[in-house]
Design a protein around this ligand. Sequence first.
Ligand code: C2E
Ligand code: CA
Ligand code: CA
Length: 420
Amino acid sequence: MVPENLSDLIESALVVDDSALQRQHTVGLLRELGIDLIYEAGNGNEALDLLGLLKLPPGLAVIDLEMPGMDGIELIQHLQAKGVNMPLIVASSREASLLLSVENMIQTLGMHVLGALQKPLDNGKIASALRAFTRAGNVVRQKADAGPSMCEADLAAAIANGEIIPYYQPKVDVQTGILKGVEALARWKHPERGMIPPDRFIPMAESSGLIHDLTIRMMDQAMAQAAIWYSRGLTIKVAVNLSPLSLEQPDFLQRILALVDRYELSAERIVLEITEGSVVANKGNSLGMLSRLRLKGFGLSIDDYGTGFSSMQQLARIPFTELKIDRSFVDGAHERKNLRVILQSALDMAKRLELVTVAEGIETMEDWRLLQSFGCNLGQGYLIAKPMPANELPLWLKGHHRRLPELRPAPRSDEHNGTT
Ligand code: C2E
Ligand code: CA
Ligand code: CA
């Protein structure tokens, strides 16, 4: 479960705990995971002093929440104020719901939290938090951030030159494993710097207004690809991500209808994913645009559900067809009761609203089985496939067909027992 090259990724760690015994315990666990250079601090002030002496922060900090004087949360607030951002694990023997809210709070601060773990710590818990390091280029992204920064002119040229291309990630039926659709995810195929992930250029595209051309380019390529797939009998849905800004563009609808016409597609085959937070603000009549898109037949998906502050009631007023539950509620749900409760109630409500339910970020068989038992419709995640270029899809599909028996629900012996 732990990345094999963990010691290459994390060379050093800091352990902050007021109990010497627990500190030693944590240090021992980290050593077993291959981290050799470990700094220790008995309280928040010691930790801050120590960090002040280091040229670079350690690759990981494990922080006890309850300490006399400065507690763990205060320490993290200090770190944020000083701009020290390193991956964090917080630990406490308090209840899971408290840990979850602390984890959310740290994320809100913009800090990189790998997990809030219940004490006593063991290697399993730490390893599962460290799995975050193997995720979607977390490490790659950090390294890439150190590179020279790109400017708007580079991005504008990249869009014009066709360097922004879609990778496709399969969306499969959770009950059968069968491929139902793909999500197009933007990649910048940079001639010198290799593949650049969207988190590094979408924000710039949005702040510069380039997002409109970028979105249309992505739509154009995704629809062209969809037409090729359909002509070969692969009638899957193709999802594209929309920036909330697109919804405020008066000519947006005309531009994508022109593409649908050009590739002779039916709008029903195209799903537009819009993040939860963006639709509630309703700036510039984005709700009007959503209704018009729906009237034309496009599928509308609420993306990253659970990360915004909208209520189901608010969302039910918008003509969505699909709800995608954010991966933070999916990944690890099988071992965390709080996530499970949120996940199940979101799925229940979505089902009552007759929305297609999608779980994103499924990385383990345990979470897959859980979603299956919760009756989730579609699933997406590294367990099934990472995003890939269009030309790799046929080969992936071949291998995937061989995996279908393993992905189907296991026969249950407790079929007749009530579950709730
Ligand atoms: P998103 O729409 O939530 O896309 C899902 C992200 O989760 C993708 O990251 C995908 O690679 C990643 N992912 C999928 N399965 C797993 C998994 O099992 N584990 C983990 N850890 N991650 C998984 P990606 O491709 O880096 O995209 C990041 C975000 O960038 C997207 O989040 C979306 O908000 C934005 N984005 C990507 N393409 C576009 C685009 O064309 N237009 C706009 N406006 N935004 C885009
Ligand atoms: Ca999405
Ligand atoms: Ca998402």
